[in-house]
Design a protein around this ligand. Sequence first.
Ligand code: AMP
Ligand code: MG
Length: 333
Amino acid sequence: MKTSEIVCLGIESTAHTFSVGIATATVAEKTRGKVLANVIKQFTTKTGGIIPAEAAEHHVEVCDVAIKEALAAAAIKIRDVDIISFSQGPGIGHCLRIGAAAARTLAVVHKKPLVGVNHCISHLEIGKLLTAAKDPVLLYASGANTQVIAFEAGKYRIFGETLDQGVGNMLDAFARHIGLGFPGGPQVMKMAKGGKNYIELPYVVKGMDVSFGGILTNITRKYDNGSYSKEDLCYSLQETTFAMLVEVAERALAHTGKTELLLGGGVACNARLQEMCRIMCEERGAKLFVPERQFLVDNGAMIAWLGILEYLKGTRTPVERSAIKPYWRTDEA
Ligand code: AMP
Ligand code: MG
């Protein structure tokens, strides 16, 4: 191991994305980090939905190429890598297993330490690396996950979360139902631009938590009844569910006294969600930080970066303890 510079190759494979990122840190009095590569391969379908076994098959197919492309983009060889990290959870078992197997193989063959990291926390840490945010509340809105997370009193805590599905999965399910492809979030966003009338939908915030199942059922029925346009439905779906997210994020800011809101997750790419967060932050004198798209969606760079942070804190994941953790909670990491 070089004394001052550490390089980590990180593998992400919690859901439909297989990604290999490479990050480096200069370890001195103050650790400084940088992303050297972020190769993202997404499994998509025309009709919507992810079949876990098919996504896993996709990951197997692109695995080799993604690793090679990442090393080439970083202009390094595998021997220059000091640590191998991987998303150990939470996520879809079929998909997690492919990334974990690839990471174990690299670690064993090339004799590098292995570090399993928590996917949700990596969204928070990459945001801190790449934006000016120092101690933010993260609104993490992705396909499978929806959580409001912050580091508080010595550990990562969840201040609010979905009680059922992630907001992205809900958008994807509705998009699929009305004949848009997967991923559906961007399609819903486009449709919503043409919406003119707000249609009342259930607004489901329970304490600090949110729930999307009932909203999905309700809007699906409304669509099936045929009396509303797709545009108005998509518009109303965004306005309602994003308002729920902004409400919980704002209360987490108020509760923690923090003054920075960071966005993470694929749904955070949504222009309307960003706008609503910006307005809320302005009104309460907080700052909003939005990493660029490649670091909002699932990506290997965030896994590589958290791999370095964990490694520096002493985390090691020997192969015999590297089993995937599909239900790993943010507040147990
Ligand atoms: P992730 O799980 O973080 O990779 O994010 C994937 C999810 O983000 C999927 O559910 C997508 O439908 C959703 N998504 C991507 N772009 C957008 C967008 N512009 N608006 C809403 N959802 C989006
Ligand atoms: Mg994610």
